[in-house]
Design a protein around this ligand. Structure first.
Ligand code: OMP
Length: 307
């Protein structure tokens, strides 16, 4: 999948993933009205509304982008119907040949991580049969519990030729509370980066990048520069563009000289673009066209920054 990701990034010239993080407050009234008419003001109605919202955005953007990143929390808030909308979204994106990065941020003791990995990347055995659960192509992982919490994801991902992105330096304002603490004189995020390299070095794609990637927030570009150098063969998932304030000019440090090595996420900035002044002319009826324009603008912004 890392090879397919790189190939699709080269083809689309868009190192961009659309974050499918639907909140009901982003879903235009006409979609909610129809969903509530069909399913009532229920969890099923909410799940139908976010699914229809996602589908329209995917239909409007899939030809421009290599990947999507659905954030599972946005679906879990609607319980089982929400999870069904998550799965429907994953499958629909696959039908459009998009790479799906499941933003699940998991990590636990080995046996539990193994079950998470099976459910999201691999197949579960039921008697003599085996079934994919959610079947994403990549997942996000929290490495706080150490190697035995990460290894089960690698064990499942590698034979499936899938991958993962490991939280290294996150984009949020408090990320430094733990991640910037000095350990033996060095910030913890650098030690995590070295582990990410070690975990991934045996599992390289033919493109020269590892199946094991890292998450580094766009909101800390100086740290991004250090981490890029520490992890030259690691693909970096870069959140924080748009709604969290980062711009194209903040992203130059995250790419290698070949113009590859990073994929930038924007969620609210794209899926709720129609609510921004800049895209207000589209109106709620044409929200998906506003999302398409936001992807085109993001591609230009990043392209002109990285050259
Ligand atoms: O792993 C992530 O994707 C992630 C890591 C991080 O450091 N910061 C971060 O914002 N994210 C996710 O990236 C998305 C950002 O959303 P927007 O701020 O709306 O673009 C959300 O799904 C977050 O959960």
């Amino acid at each position: 999948m890392i090879d397919k990701l790189v190939e699709k990034i080269k083809k689309t010239k868009a190192p961009i993933e659309v974050g499918l993080d639907p909140m009901l407050s982003y879903v235009p009234e006409h979609i909610k009205e129809k969903a509530y008419k069909d399913f009532g003001e229920t969890l099923e109605g909410a799940a139908e509304a976010i699914w229809q919202f996602n589908k329209a955005i995917v239909d409007a953007t899939y030809d421009l982008i290599p990947a999507v990143k659905p954030q599972i929390a946005m679906y879990e808030q609607f319980g089982i119907p929400g999870l069904m909308a998550f799965k429907k979204t994953v499958d629909y994106c696959h039908s459009k040949d998009l790479i799906v990065i499941g933003d699940i941020k998991r990590g636990d003791i080995g046996s539990t991580s193994g079950a998470y990995a099976t459910g999201h990347l691999g197949k579960v055995m039921v008697g003599s049969k085996s079934y994919y659960g959610f079947d994403e192509d990549f997942v996000t992982i929290n490495p706080y519990m150490g190697t035995d919490s990460v290894q089960p994801f690698i064990d499942v991902a590698v034979p499936e030729k899938k991958g993962m992105f490991i939280l290294t330096k996150t984009s949020n304002p408090s990320s430094g509370e733990f991640q910037d603490q000095l350990v033996n004189g060095r910030p913890l995020y650098e030690l995590v980066a070295e582990k990410v390299v070690q975990w991934g070095e045996q599992h390289m794609g033919t493109c020269g990048y590892s199946y094991v990637g890292a998450v580094v927030g766009a909101t800390y570009p100086e740290m991004g520069a250090v981490l890029r150098k520490l992890m030259p063969k690691t693909y970096i998932l870069v959140p924080g563009y748009g709604a969290q304030g980062a711009k194209g000019s903040d992203l130059v440090n995250y790419f290698n000289e070949d113009g590859l090595g990073a994929i930038v996420n924007s969620s609210r900035g794209i899926i709720a673009a129609y609510k921004q002044e800049k895209y207000a002319k589209f109106g709620p009826e044409n929200f998906a066209d506003a999302s398409r324009q936001a992807v085109i603008d993001m591609r230009e912004d990043i392209g002109s920054a990285i050259g």
